[in-house]
Design a protein around this ligand. Structure first.
Ligand code: SF4
Length: 191
């Protein structure tokens, strides 16, 4: 599995090419998925996704796939499940601090992104993992969400970070290039 994972990163450009077309097909199938019912498709599609992506990327079925933003290196294989870059413990040669036999998934992500046409997306800030989506199909989520918002949600990941860590902008403006924070009225009720 690890060897296949490394192979996927080495051929990140080809996987990106395939994924762009696969995603377009998924979105085009949204009307059909709606007729069948997304809830009915969830189990069989998730099973196929688990099999194929498990084989190719060591996918952990987080339900919020970011492979196309991380050089085809799955960040959930990081022992610390870091979604926004490596920790400070990367060993010489780019090996993992926790598992010295494994290359850091973020070093691999950087290498994969450098090969991709849209590799700059590795700079996108990812929101925290929503554990309630564990085991669900990212493919169906992409079809449903991209069909509903063809231009993409309005900067959702960055807005999420901005909501969660408003102090980050004040203290580390260069290290935390957040999008414009939502207006207080848009943030919902305070708890
Ligand atoms: S990011 Fe999530 S869905 Fe994508 S390969 Fe990794 S565990 Fe699987």
């Amino acid at each position: 599995m690890y060897r296949l994972r490394r192979l996927a990163v080495r051929h990140a450009r080809a996987f990106e090419w395939v994924y762009v077309r696969f995603e377009a097909a998924l979105v085009a199938l949204d009307p059909l998925f709606r007729r069948i019912g997304y809830h009915r498709l969830e189990r069989p599609v998730a099973a196929v996704e688990r099999l194929t992506k498990g084989l190719l990327f060591d996918c952990r079925m987080c339900g919020q796939c970011v492979l196309s933003s991380t050089g085809m290196s799955c960040p959930m294989n990081c022992p610390k499940t870091l979604r926004n870059g490596p920790c400070g413990g990367v060993r010489p040669g780019g090996f993992c601090e926790v598992d010295p036999q494994m290359r850091c998934v973020w070093v691999m992500a950087w290498e994969g992104a450098a090969r991709m046409r849209d590799g700059a997306r590795i700079g996108d800030v990812q929101p925290p993992v929503d554990r309630s989506l564990q085991g669900s199909s990212s493919w169906l989520r992409v079809a449903r969400e991209k069909a509903a918002h063809p231009a993409g949600p309005p900067d959702a990941p960055r807005a999420t970070i901005a909501c969660a860590f408003p102090q980050a902008r004040a203290h580390e403006p260069a290290a935390a290039p957040l999008a414009v924070e939502p207006r207080p009225a848009d943030r919902g009720p305070r708890r």
